[in-house]
Design a protein around this ligand. Structure first.
Ligand SMILES: Cc1ncc(COP(=O)(O)O)c(C=O)c1O
Length: 346
């Protein structure tokens, strides 16, 4: 789910390689770039006032979101759909929270009914996904937000993947801080934001919520509201450079190109006998299923031709993520090879 980072981001990264965000007094410019980058990401997720910081990625963002939730509410149960990224398991495990999985509906999105059945007065947080890892789907955020509001629980939206796609898609379903009860959002620049690894972000609706995890560092005579201590300013500089050089229009162009290629790939797959789409792609992820073929055999054949594709289990399918470094030639030659693999297998 990562792409070749843009040159401007790599240059900014290298310029700030020796900075340490733990100590903004020594590295004030790195700190300013991080604050400005968070403000820009905040604009993309409908809340320029959101408080947050540049993380190492989606896993850290999800851990911190539940950490903050735990500081704010003295409850222990977390409800997430079974499609949630496995980092949610880690986040719960680390903090001894009890995770209950809600079922998916027939479209493979979180079932609102199942979330409703599993949420109660003890629920600390609901986690939903805007851009699921395997199918790229957006859970019904608005409906889930209403449940979170009714039970007074925290609502974290994991948009690690979708956070740098959805803001640029016209007619995307509501998923961000424009939905009233969304408490926090993870959105990773090192996925669709074209930043070098590591670069994620975590944003909270209220500044005071992030302050809840502030710990004193007595030897530095300061406190910091982050999970990590020493953090390179390089990632923040890279994200700042991307947001300022590409701007909204730049990202929009990149996302449109990815979505056009996604359509081309999905159409090509639909034309192949023996394969079908699991769902119509909502973001730039295509999943292909088959009633007649063993998909592992297909993956092996593809690998022999130089294509390393992943398989997912919910439901069994070949998972293809169309990234900014792909071009129409990649899609064409993949479809030719996929066709050949299927002919060899039937
Ligand atoms: C929806 C979602 N959340 C979280 C993560 C974890 O992100 P990272 O690998 O940057 O920690 C991923 C990774 O693919 C993801 O797809």
């Amino acid at each position: 789910m990562c792409s070749t980072p843009l040159r401007v981001a790599v240059d900014a990264y290298l310029m700030f390689l020796e900075t340490n965000l733990l100590d903004p007094k020594i590295f004030p410019s790195a700190k300013s770039l991080e604050e400005e980058a968070i403000r820009e990401i905040g604009k993309l997720v409908s809340n320029p006032e959101a408080a947050g910081y540049i993380t190492s990625g989606g896993t850290e963002g999800n851990i911190v979101a539940l950490w903050v939730a735990r500081k704010l509410l003295k409850r222990k149960n977390v409800v997430a759909p079974s499609s949630a990224h496995y980092s949610v398991i880690k986040a719960c495990d680390l903090q001894q929270l009890e995770l209950t999985y809600a079922a998916l509906d027939e479209t493979y999105r979180a079932s609102v009914d199942s979330i409703m059945e599993n949420v109660n007065k003890k629920t600390l947080a609901i986690v939903a996904t805007a851009g699921t890892t395997t199918l790229g789907l957006v859970d019904p955020i608005k409906e889930i937000a209403e449940i979170a509001r009714d039970f007074g629980c925290f609502f974290h939206v994991d948009a690690s993947f979708g956070g740098f796609v959805l803001p640029f898609i016209q007619g995307a379903p509501p998923w961000d801080f424009s939905v009233d009860s969304v408490s926090s959002i993870t959105a990773d620049p090192h996925k669709m934001g074209l930043a070098p690894i590591p670069a994620g972000s975590i944003l909270f609706r209220e500044k005071s919520w992030l302050e809840a995890i502030k710990s004193d560092a007595p030897y530095l005579n300061k406190s910091s509201p982050t999970l990590l201590g020493t953090r390179s300013g390089a990632s923040a500089a890279a994200v700042w450079a991307l947001l300022n050089s590409l701007g909204y229009e730049g990202y929009q162009k990149i996302i449109k190109r990815c979505m056009d290629l996604t359509r081309k790939l999905a159409d090509g797959i639909q034309r192949i006998d023996g394969l079908d789409l699991v769902v119509e792609p909502e973001l730039n992820i295509v999943a292909a299923k088959s009633d007649v073929l063993n998909l592992r055999d297909v993956c092996e054949k593809l690998q022999a031709k130089g294509w390393l594709v992943s398989m997912s289990s919910q439901p069994p399918s070949i998972r293809l993520v169309v990234m900014p470094h792909h071009d129409p030639e990649h899609i064409n030659s993949f479809l030719v090879d996929l066709n050949e693999c299927l002919e060899e297998l039937t």
